[in-house]
Design a protein around this ligand. Structure first.
Ligand code: ZN
Length: 172
């Protein structure tokens, strides 16, 4: 019973993907959120993120808890090619990114840095946040890991616990 439903959901899902060669990006053709990630209706897998669904479906598992991210190796949020995706933490994401993109440093005021870290804690990648704001990803990652200016991470966590995460920040 359960199996049939799963297959149906998967068939619907993959019908909305522009499947290309194994190494190409497979672009999600249906709805995307403002950050460019594909989304789907919540389903038996309990996820609404297309790339999470893609990876789980490919592996024949249920998606792990939401603090485990489906990370893109291709920097394309709309891509659902399972071979461009792997499970990891936001900190893992950081490690990759900062190695590939050293970025530049620039002083960022505490309040701004706290906002950036909160965006990451809410699920945005440091890569995306860095790209959107022009702040060095290395710096964002170091705050996110508490490696530099640890009070930023502490304050961001405190705030995240207090309010639902809905605000949109435009910094520059
Ligand atoms: Zn891709």
């Amino acid at each position: 019973m359960r199996k049939v439903r799963a297959e149906e959901v998967e068939a619907h899902f993959w019908a909305k993907v522009d499947v290309r060669g194994e190494d190409d990006c497979w672009e999600w053709q249906a709805g995307k959120n403002q950050r460019g990630y594909g989304f789907i209706r919540r389903n038996i897998y309990g996820t609404s993120a297309a790339h999470r669904f893609a990876l789980a479906s490919h592996q024949g598992i249920e998606p792990p808890p939401t603090d485990v991210f489906a990370l893109h190796s291709c920097d394309n949020p709309g891509c659902v090619n399972p071979s461009h995706l792997r499970w990891g933490s936001n900190q893992d994401n950081c490690k990759d990114r900062s190695e590939r993109n050293p970025g530049y440093s620039k002083w960022v005021e505490d309040e701004d840095a706290i906002h950036l870290v909160r965006r990451c804690l809410a699920g945005e990648s440091a890569y995306a946040v860095g790209k959107a704001t022009g702040i060095s990803r290395t710096a964002i990652c170091n705050w996110l890991k508490g490696k530099s200016r640890p009070e930023i991470l502490a304050r961001a966590r405190e705030l995240a616990g207090q309010e639902p995460q809905t605000e949109q920040l435009s910094l520059f």
